[in-house]
Design a protein. Structure first.
Length: 297
């Protein structure tokens, strides 16, 4: 199993068993403290939130799962696990029940984390104290946005699937194009390290194949229903942090979030890309900490 360098990822691992399939997660901070739930996307893992966890764990309980197939979690075959949005939401619900906290939840989401996190939260809106939304969606593709050609290739063709699983084309490519500012080789290797074989790259492919574009797609009804219920968070504090050089989650997605949460604080970063927590760095971590502290009643 891949092991990130301790100096980059100085956390204790926790595990939740799903009928023989293990989900890895972080549980850092005081047990009775307010919860900060951080939900990652594809092809990242809990490593993506490492600097935020280190900054918050003195006063918040940071719960950070690795989705099944991602990071340090098990990577089962299709026969063993359903790589679908509905399953992801169910997994998150099981994890949050397992950790057992009744404290308010501050939710931070990125990429697929938006659909998963809000898919969980719309059923539990009274528990949500605040939200941080970063280059993500919790609604169907905006009408003016088209799926980028690279994602279309992966989602719809055998060639794309072979490139992802055989050559690590998705995680490997993301470790270069998702950053817009320099990062160390160690950091790049930590993003690709868990995806080191055909078997271990299954989730990076299945996530792309599960992108809900049309009503007949398995996750479409879920994101459509989630969008209709986002008004349950009306009046709750929301911070939108956005890397404007993201070629997938670009201006149409940001504009939709502004429509849905017109009172949100928006931090737009013209020089940052999809991996905004890397590109924006310490100033964004500080801004999120201040936002959470200000809304931690």
């Amino acid at each position: 199993m891949y092991q990130a360098p301790d100096k980059l990822y100085p956390f204790e691992s926790h595990w939740l068993d799903f009928d023989g399939i293990r989900m890895h997660y972080l549980d850092e901070g005081p047990e009775e403290a307010p919860v900060v739930l951080m939900v990652h996307g594809n092809p990242t893992w809990s490593f993506y939130y490492r600097n935020l966890v280190k900054a918050l764990r003195d006063r918040y309980r940071c719960i950070v799962p690795d989705h099944i197939g991602c990071g340090l979690s098990d990577k089962p075959s299709d026969d063993e696990y359903s790589y679908t949005l509905s399953q992801r939401i169910s997994d998150l619900a099981t994890l949050m029940d397992h950790v057992g906290s009744k404290a308010p939840v501050h939710m931070i989401v990125h990429d697929w984390g938006g659909m998963i996190g809000f898919g969980w939260a719309v059923e539990r809106s009274s528990r949500i104290a605040s939200m941080v939304v970063a280059n993500t969606a919790a609604f169907p593709m905006p009408p003016e946005k088209k799926l980028p050609a690279a994602l279309k290739l992966v989602r719809n063709t055998r060639l794309g699937a072979t490139l992802v699983r055989g050559m690590n084309a998705f995680s490997g490519l993301a470790a270069h194009v998702a950053f817009k500012k320099p990062v160390s080789r160690e950091v790049r290797q930590a993003y690709t390290g868990p995806y080191d074989s055909w078997r271990n790259r299954i989730a990076t492919l299945r996530f792309v194949q599960d992108i809900p574009l049309d009503p007949e797609d398995p996750g479409y009804a879920i994101v459509q229903s989630t969008e209709l219920r986002l008004n349950r968070f009306s009046g709750k504090p929301c911070l939108i942090a956005w890397g404007e050089k993201d070629f997938v989650f670009d201006a149409p997605f940001l504009n939709r979030w502004k429509q849905l949460f017109p009172d949100a604080t928006v931090l737009a970063y013209p020089d940052c890309g999809h991996y905004i927590f890397e590109d924006a760095g310490a100033p964004l971590v500080q801004a999120i900490g201040e936002f959470l502290d200000a809304n931690n009643d």
